[in-house]
Every structure is written in C-alpha cells, then in structure tokens.
Design a protein around this ligand. Structure first.
Ligand code: ZN
Ligand code: ZN
Length: 272
C-alpha cells in the first residue's frame, strides 16, 4: 500500500514529529510513503505552508528518515504546491535547486477564502457556493495548463463541507481530467475526505472512473496531518479503485513515474 500525501510540522497546521509519521506508516504496513509538504509563495496561504527558507531543512529531514528506515519502508520527498499563477516562475526556481521525487499541485484559496479549511468552507453562504465552485474550477483549469507538476491533489476538495456541486462544475472537472490526460498529469485519490463532512474521497467515484477510462496514472494519499492518520482509508480505497477498473498505481522517483499493480488488501474490518 502506498500513501503519497503526508504532511509534517513545517506546514504550521500538522502535529507530531516527522519520525512519528514514519513509525505510523510502518505499523500500518505501508510499502511506500511520500511527504508532500505544503509550499506556496502566495501571501494568502503562507501561514498554512512551509516557508521557502525551510525547504532545505525539510529535504534534509526527509532524507534522514529515508536513510534511517530504508530496510523497512520506501520514503519519497515531495511538495504540495498551492497553485498561484503569478508565483510559478519563482516557485519552480526554488524547487529546481533540490532533488524532489514528486511535485503535487492543488488549489486551496479562491478569492482569499481557504476552501480546504473545514471552518472557512462551511462559512461560505449557500447563495455564494455555486459561484465559488465555478471560480475554483477556473483556477484548476489554469493549473493543469502549467507544464511543471506531476500530480493533481484532491481535485474536488471544494465539496468538503458536504454540499452538492452544481452540475456544470462536475462537468468542468470531467473536462479538467480530459486535459490532464493530454498533459500526462497523474490524479491523486485522496482519502482525507472520508473523515470530513462529505465522507467521500477526493475526487468522487464518477471522476475517478472517468480518469481510469482516460488512462490517467493514479496515486493514493491520506493527506495525514497527524501521525495516526497515515494510511487511513488507503486499503478500502485501493479496493474501490479496482472496482472502478484501475489496475495500477503510480510511483515517483526523482520525478520519474513508474506503475505498480494494485495489490488487493484486506480492509481494516476484514483483518480484525
Ligand atoms: Zn494541510
Ligand atoms: Zn491540500
């Protein structure tokens, strides 16, 4: 099992030292993990992400874990870049100085609202929700045009509060997946949503099925911000992916992608 979306203390909204996440991954029986720390140069989101001057420390801390645990688990170094079109040149300049395995991208802020925050997302009035969703999709459309990223994280996280997305937003996200296929971008299946009000993965099964049909490479990630959340929902979701026709998962090493077969896993209920 692979968990390709794990945070650390450096993002200012996760808890526990990096070693506790690795220990939790080993206990959960994961074969491979990727730290995917938040990184941005957008002023709206810097409080929720690692600062540029912390990147060398982050890369070093993950490397130290790679070495310490190399007999037990494969560890990768990645970033979750909060997309901001103006900051892409400066971000890529910083990122190229280091050896990363995987660069993810996502949209957390729309019109200054943190749509990935449970509290802020829930505070969007119903009357404004559809318009915010449409602006979110527009931002995602811009993001997938940038020929730099490897994987798109939590594609439909705008549904976090549990409110239904307007039909044209669902269609817009389907079109984004079509474009991702042309751009050879991988799609993350993020299990973090299972613990959110929406109680579903990001993206939805309909979007995953569409991605499988279009041949997109898939990753699985828990979006853990606490050690005990590492690997949560991954076994069940791997089974769901197989039901939806997926046969392989993507792995990344120094930003080169390979595919590994999805191995059927006993779900936590079955293994008890
Ligand atoms: Zn976060
Ligand atoms: Zn995120």
């Amino acid at each position: 099992m692979i968990d390709y979306h794990i945070h650390t203390l450096l993002c200012n909204h996760a808890v526990g030292g990096i070693r506790s996440y690795v220990e939790s991954a080993v206990r959960a029986g994961l074969s491979e993990i990727c730290f995917l720390e938040h990184f941005t140069l957008d002023h709206a989101s810097t409080a929720h992400a690692m600062a540029p001057e912390e990147v060398p420390f982050y890369v070093y801390a993950v490397q130290e874990m790679k070495r310490a645990y190399r007999d037990r688990i494969t560890i990768r170094t990645g970033l979750e870049v909060d997309f901001c079109p103006e900051a892409v040149p400066a971000l890529t300049e910083i990122i190229h100085r280091f050896e990363f395995d995987l660069i993810g991208c996502s949209v957390h802020f729309v019109d200054g609202i943190n749509i990935a925050s449970r509290r802020h997302a829930a505070a969007i009035p119903d009357k404004d929700f559809d318009a915010v969703c449409r602006r979110y999709v527009q931002r995602i459309r811009e993001m997938v045009e940038i020929p730099f990223f490897d994987v798109v994280c939590h594609l439909d996280v705008i549904k976090k509060s549990g409110r239904a997305l307007p039909a044209d937003v669902e269609t817009g996200l389907m079109e984004v997946i079509d474009r991702m296929a042309e751009q050879d971008l991988a799609l993350e299946v993020n299990t973090g949503g299972l613990a959110h009000p929406v109680k579903a993965c990001y993206p939805s099964e309909a979007l995953i099925a569409h991605a499988v049909k279009r041949g997109l490479a898939l990753t699985t990630g828990s979006d853990a911000h606490k050690a005990h959340a590492v690997g949560a929902g991954i076994a069940t979701t791997s089974a769901t992916l197989q039901k939806l026709g997926a046969t392989h998962l993507a792995r990344f090493n120094r930003r080169r992608r390979t595919l590994v077969p999805i191995v059927p896993q006993p779900t936590p209920q079955e293994s008890q």
